[in-house]
Design a binder for this molecule. Structure first.
Ligand code: PDD
Length: 277
């Protein structure tokens, strides 16, 4: 398989990364994950825009125009003949003797991207999953898709060890999102989700879902939900590029509602599916 290494497609084994790459030492970089359905990228423009926004927020300059970059990622997918899969892209502030402050402008950012075949999580989407509530100890710039994922890693592991698919993060009494997903509750025919502030990543899937809500006539309220009120929701689900829309049927071992994927959630799945085909 081919990988993208800066502006070149090289064989996977030919990529050379420095032990002093700032991504490796400091998590000093940002990333994106883009879904590929039937050989084409889904919502590529949105993901590429967010990639540039994340870079800009941490003052990494991507040395390509968005159009050139889009073409580079497209060529990678073509070269690897990806049909159903994903492309992972990251850029770091580059390699330089270890020091916290930024290196001089002569140090070049390091871009890497690779593809992977991936099937849709049909079983989870159909049957629903369990989540565990975990305190959100991440930093205050969760809007940046940063390589620093330790807060998310620890939360996901804690959920996983309890047999759960995902961690439902809360800052104090306020639900934010999942460790790698956005979270939504539905109560009395209204969808509630955290507003796109610095405390969550504004998911691209989230944006598609909000458009689907409009289409199916489900009103949306973007405000933080309290942890205490979580079981008042009749339905609950999560979303991400790779998870799409996965119903949450159990929280901390307790059934939510009937413990089955809800009607609105299924309508959203249908509306979402229509966009990816
Ligand atoms: N995760 N919130 C967080 C913290 C995330 O890491 C992600 C994405 C999302 C959903 O965003 P989107 O719909 O744009 O994928 C929300 C990616 C897929 C990952 O880390 O693998």
């Amino acid at each position: 398989t081919w990988v993208l290494w800066n502006d070149r497609l090289v064989k996977d084994g030919d990529i050379q990364l420095s032990k002093e790459d700032r991504g490796y030492q400091f998590g000093d970089g940002i990333y994106e994950v883009i879904r590929v359905y039937n050989g084409s990228m889904f919502t590529a423009t949105e993901h590429i825009d967010r990639f540039y926004e994340s870079a800009d927020k941490i003052k990494i300059v991507i040395p390509y125009t968005k159009d050139v970059f889009h073409k580079m990622v497209y060529d990678l997918i073509e070269a690897n003949e990806v049909t159903s899969g994903q492309v992972y892209i990251q850029i770091t502030r580059g390699a330089t003797p270890r020091q916290h402050q930024f290196p001089t402008n002569t140090v070049e950012a390091v871009l890497t991207a690779y593809t992977k075949e991936l099937q849709r999580p049909v079983s989870e989407m159909t049957n629903g999953v369990s989540v565990k509530t975990v305190e959100d100890i991440r930093w205050l710039r969760c809007d940046i898709k940063s390589l620093n994922l330790l807060g998310s890693v620890l939360a996901k592991q804690e959920a996983y060890e309890d047999g759960c698919f995902e961690a439902l993060l809360h800052r104090g009494d306020s639900i934010t999102e999942g460790s790698s997903t956005n979270m939504y509750g539905i109560k009395d025919g209204v969808l509630y989700t955290h507003p796109a502030t610095n405390l969550i990543l504004n998911g691209i899937t989230r944006r598609v879902i909000l458009a689907c809500c409009e289409e199916i006539g489900l009103p949306v309220v973007e405000e933080p939900m309290s942890l205490a009120s979580v079981f008042l929701n009749e339905e609950f689900f999560m979303s991400s590029t790779t998870s799409e829309i996965i119903p949450v049927i159990m929280i901390n071992g307790r059934k939510l509602g009937k413990g089955l994927p809800g009607d609105w959630t299924q309508k959203l799945q249908t509306a979402f599916e229509a966009k990816i085909n």
